[in-house]
Design a protein. Structure first.
Length: 575
């Protein structure tokens, strides 16, 4: 495509404008990072022809050494932009590369001035579609250079508005909303957790309505302490409405300002300011939830509304300690893992002491004991809790008590379900999750995907993980592991390895991913990847044994367990 012409391709419901570097789905733009866009263009230009990874990388990254992971990430981004979760459009060719498998139609050529990137302005490699224009660089008038520089600048600005290379997402078929963290305007950064807690509670309340599409707090909290543009955030999260606000709190007064914005237009739909006593925070949350429901949903079941309103604790202190514990548990993994879990546990204990019947505090305690049991915390006092039966029994006791106190608390039922899984009671655990989803249709919990896979339901796990990745667009790496695990047990090893590579890039020492990478790579003869995974796994866990691992992960489906064991033996790991 060296000629100076505008190239427009159409396929499925998409239009690809090469010169304008745009991908459209109907009237909606789907943004892609520059390299991901180049990969898509190359695939489309060679539609129907199997392309090796080496050929694609040579075309997109000429004279640059890159790993398979760079291409894998680009293909993953492109598939997300094309809504190609089932890989009908871009198919993986095992041990080879990819093929753009859907029919492509080229629109009539439209003559246009070439885009010229003066030396020093380009941060990417020169686009091969512009090579012929570069040869005539000196013959172009000054206005062309100015226009080209403006185009480059606009592209850079558009790119900077897009966080993490995520593609724009289409709006769901029901009212969609994200609750952004409430800004703390009291001047004390130690109070930031309180605004986060209010936003998280409002998210939970709204999530309980099946006719709302509610973004998970984890993704919404990416906008903490940032000045946001409503339209840009709406595009990034794929929602129509944003709820944002701020909070100021002192010993005597609580002031909360709330604003509901239409992200498609930037128009304010509703705003309110609440000046109350600190203990009135729960009443304010209920009022805000009801106002949003009445604004966004034409009809709402009264019983559903009553169920959605969270039962408040007896004292504000119980709520405050609970929020502080939650703030710690959002990021308890890392070098200070044990210290963080212990600190959060102490706060949940203070919450429960202030109100012994406050179910969320007991649920939080259950999570800290499960965290101490499921993974080691070397160098800290709670390190002795690893794999001790009395510890997970205590986690179970707290979770059961939380459900007993508040049967409508979906998060407590999900926590109980995950603990039951580790207690070799996977059927009971899945039942608890089913009840949790009845209470909160927007509940996002990747543990459910793991449980489905281990019960022999990998296809359901794949569908569920794909769904929560839409509810939680800035998902953590473990979601990719869930995808990879489902792919592996469905026999789709190439796709599985792609996901495990992406996980390893973000969490290099993630044991479950290394184990599955070793098995998947061994099964299809990817020797280099197999050896790398095995070496890293044995570095982390020198005493690794296949039988002990299978017992630990509770893989109850016999067919799946036998296949994994065979794959690990083929990788050379000891029984």
């Amino acid at each position: 495509m060296d000629e100076i012409a505008r190239k427009v391709f159409r396929f499925e419901e998409f239009t690809l404008d090469v010169m304008r570097r745009s991908l459209r789905h109907g009237r909606d733009d789907a943004q892609l990072r520059p390299k991901a866009f180049d990969v898509l263009c190359y695939l489309v230009e060679n539609a129907g022809r199997p392309l090796s990874k080496e050929e694609i990388m040579a075309a997109v990254w000429p004279k640059v050494i890159v790993t398979d992971e760079s291409l894998t990430r680009c293909v993953s981004d492109v598939r997300a932009a094309l809504r190609d979760g089932d890989q009908r459009i871009i198919k993986t060719i095992p041990r080879h590369g990819y093929v753009f498998a859907t029919p492509v139609h080229e629109a009539p050529h439209v003559t246009a001035e070439p885009v010229i990137i003066p030396a020093g302005l380009a941060t990417e490699r020169p686009n091969p579609r512009q090579h012929s224009a570069t040869a005539r660089f000196a013959l172009r008038p000054l206005w062309t250079l100015i226009a080209a520089a403006a185009l480059v600048l606009m592209a850079a600005i558009a790119s900077s508005l897009w966080l993490g290379g995520q593609p724009r997402l289409s709006l769901p078929d029901r009212p969609s909303i994200a609750v952004l963290p409430f800004a703390n305007i009291g001047g004390d950064p130690q109070q930031d957790y309180f605004g986060d807690g209010i936003a998280e509670d409002l998210t939970t309340n709204l999530s309980k309505f099946a006719n709302l599409f509610v973004i998970a707090s984890g993704s919404a909290f990416k906008y903490r302490a940032r000045s946001v543009d409503a339209k840009a955030v709406g595009h990034e999260l794929g929602v129509r409405y944003l709820l944002q606000g701020n909070v100021r709190r002192d010993a005597e007064r609580l002031r909360i300002t709330v604003e509901l914005v239409d992200a498609t237009s930037g128009q304010q739909l509703w705003a309110e300011r609440y000046d109350r006593t600190p203990n009135a925070v729960f009443a304010v949350q209920d009022e805000v939830a009801q106002q949003i429901i009445s604004t966004l949903v034409a009809q709402i079941n009264k019983q559903d509304l009553e169920r959605a309103l969270r039962k408040p604790p007896e004292t504000l202190a119980a709520y405050d300690y609970y929020l502080q514990g939650n703030a710690l548990m959002r990021s308890f993994q890392g070098e200070r893992r044990g210290e963080t879990i212990a600190a959060a546990r102490a706060l949940y204990e203070q919450s429960a002491a202030a109100d012994p019947r406050y179910a969320p505090a007991l649920q939080g305690l259950a999570q800290t004991y499960l965290a101490g049991w499921v993974d080691p915390s070397p160098g800290h006092a709670i390190g002795v809790e690893f794999q001790r039966q009395t510890v997970i029994d205590r986690a179970l006791s707290f979770a059961q008590k939380a459900v007993e106190l508040d049967g409508n608390l979906a998060e407590a039922r999900a926590t109980l379900g995950w603990i039951l899984f580790w207690q070799h009671r996977i059927k009971d655990g899945l039942t608890e999750f089913d009840r949790a989803f009845e209470l909160n249709p927007n509940l996002v919990d990747w543990h459910y995907s793991i449980m489905l896979t281990h019960a022999g339901r990998a296809a359901e796990a794949l569908a569920y993980t794909t769904r929560i990745m839409r509810l939680d667009p800035f998902y953590p790496a473990v979601y990719l592991h869930c995808l990879g695990k489902a792919y592996y047990f469905l026999g789709r090893n190439e796709e599985a390895i792609e996901q495990f590579q992406a996980v390893a890039a973000r969490i290099p020492s993630y044991r479950p991913g290394l184990v599955l990478m070793a098995a998947a790579a061994a099964e299809i003869g990817r020797s280099d990847q197999m050896r790398t995974a095995v070496a890293e796994l044995l570095r982390i866990q020198p005493d690794f044994r296949i039988a002990a691992w299978l017992d630990f992960i509770r893989l109850t489906n016999r067919e799946y367990a036998d296949r994994l064991a065979a794959g690990l033996r083929k990788a050379g790991l000891p029984d």
